[in-house]
Design a protein around this ligand. Structure first.
Ligand code: UT7
Length: 322
């Protein structure tokens, strides 16, 4: 059985930067509150004519350039998104066509903020079982389109972006293990109620946007992420000190710090982009990874832990030798 190694990373952020100050003009909030409670300073917002597939394609092209492979080497595309261009076809199929690829399987995964970990898990299994050799895994989201811009409890927290990795079969070490979980009991703590089978044609405005009980999600995220990080290290015979970098989902700096503390990791060994990107859901981990690979913090051979928690609830982790 082969291992799956990350051979290239890529990211894409829309040009428009929205500061906390700008949000003060829209809702009853303050730069101080947003920074203190979430760690967010600014976020990117997609242009009106920009779609999730545009951002996914840009991130994919960056990852392809970094991997220095031919696009035709890709034999599977998995896109994690909850903000697809269309109900169908999948965003992955749109990306496939725009990359000029034919026939290879391409599909989307919806696991909300844990989407990238789920996509990585599936791609890893394809490679380990010989079903694919070179996989394009993307997380891409336009949350600005599912935000209620009159709701200060949600609209200040999210942003748009896309991140991608290319995984390739190898005899060397790569993805060591992936762990995914879900618990549908908490559906209504974090959701967008509208959907195709639940009144899609006459959806109310509120139902089309994110609804979240932030503090309940916060508490659950902190306890769950602490547990899964320890479970992941223990299962693989590693100790907390063996980790070079924690690359967590970027929802809130306080959630990230709590997870790092439980692992005994100083914040210097945690990749944080929530200040610049806000929460980009399934795009947040590949974007953070790409930032830290490009600025030289993450080096070949480093041991990385990815972890995420999101709507569903879903959560997961991946232990990766980069
Ligand atoms: O990606 C995975 C899913 N998402 C998350 O993981 C997000 C999880 N939750 C969080 O990050 C935090 O719970 C928030 C950042 C959303 C909120 O922080 P908090 O410390 O849990 O605050 P809170 O919800 O308990 O609200 C505290 C106060 C409330 O006022 P009162 O009732 O104490 O008077 C809110 O109305 O802050 C108020 N508030 C705001 N004030 C200014 C809520 N949003 C805002 C705002 N600006 N934007």
């Amino acid at each position: 059985m082969s291992n799956a190694r990350i051979i290239g990373t890529g990211g894409y952020l829309p040009k428009r930067i929205m500061s906390n100050k700008e949000l003060e003009e829209i809702v009853d909030t303050s730069d101080e509150w947003i920074r203190e409670r979430s760690g967010i300073k600014r976020r990117r917002i997609a242009a009106d004519d920009e779609k999730t597939s545009d951002m996914a394609l840009a991130a994919a092209n960056n990852a392809l350039a970094a991997a220095a492979i031919d696009v035709t080497d890709i034999d599977l595309i998995v896109v994690a998104t909850t903000t697809a261009d269309k109900v169908f076809p999948s965003t992955a199929c749109i990306v496939q066509r725009r990359l000029g690829l034919e026939k290879i399987p391409a599909f989307d995964i919806n696991a909300a903020c844990s989407g990238f970990i789920y996509a990585l898990d599936v791609a890893n299994r394809f490679i380990r079982t010989g079903g694919a050799t070179t996989v394009l895994v993307i997380g891409a989201e336009i949350y600005s389109r599912i935000l209620d811009w009159t709701d200060r409890t949600t609209c200040v927290l999210f942003g748009d972006g896309a991140g991608a990795v290319i995984l390739q079969a190898t005899d060397e070490e790569g993805i060591i293990s992936t762990h995914i979980h879900s618990d549908g009991k908490h559906e209504e703590l974090l959701h967008v109620p509208a959907g195709v089978s639940s009144g899609y044609a006459d959806v109310t405005v509120e139902a089309a946007y994110i609804q979240m009980k932030g503090n309940e999600v916060f508490r659950k995220a902190v306890s769950t992420l602490g547990a899964i990080a320890k479970e992941t290290l223990l299962e693989n015979g590693f100790e907390q000190n063996d980790l070079d970098w924690l690359v967590p989902h970027q929802a809130n700096r306080r959630i990230i710090s709590a997870a790092a503390k439980k692992l005994g990791l100083p914040m210097e060994r945690v990749i944080v982009t929530v200040d610049e990107h806000a929460n980009t859901s399934s795009a947040s981990i590949p974007l953070a990874l790409d930032v830290a690979v490009r600025d030289g913090r993450i080096q070949r051979g480093d041991l990385l832990l990815f972890e995420a928690f999101g709507a569903g609830f879903t959560w997961g982790s991946a232990l990766v030798r980069y």
